[in-house]
Design a protein around this ligand. Sequence first.
Ligand code: HEC
Length: 130
Amino acid sequence: MKISTLSALVVVTSLAASSGVLAQDVAAGKTSFNKCLACHAIGEGAKNKVGPVLNGLDGRKSGTIEGYSYSEANKNSGITWGKDVFLEYIKDPKAKIPGTKMIFAGIKNEKEANDLWAYVSSFDKDGKQK
Ligand code: HEC
């Protein structure tokens, strides 16, 4: 391989890394989301299930999906969803929101939780992938 091709590759790779989200993280997150699917829908046409729709979660205030009946705990948690708070929550939902009605043990593996966020946060509020 020529040096010029090689350095072009290096640039492309580092650009992708600096955006912080890689396609393979999103793909891994999609697989991990199978653990959420029993209760949550995401994507175009998603409807509330046992849990609320998760479209547009990045920047969304907790407990604000219309037509979903939240627990007081979730509604009043004061959380605005973003990466850091999501990672804290998903590790152990009951610890972050005591009294939540989300019955889920949590995802302890940091890589998996990060991939899950990459996937979930890739959907805008209309369920389109950004
Ligand atoms: C057994 C069902 C169930 C599973 C599995 C589950 N959830 Fe939930 N989830 C709920 C319920 C029910 C609520 C509403 C909690 C409340 O009102 O107290 C909720 C709430 C949430 C919220 C807060 C939403 C908001 O609008 O404030 C997030 C974020 C969330 N879940 C993410 C996830 C992710 C990601 C997974 C998969 C790793 C997952 N959940 C797995 C049932 C579930």
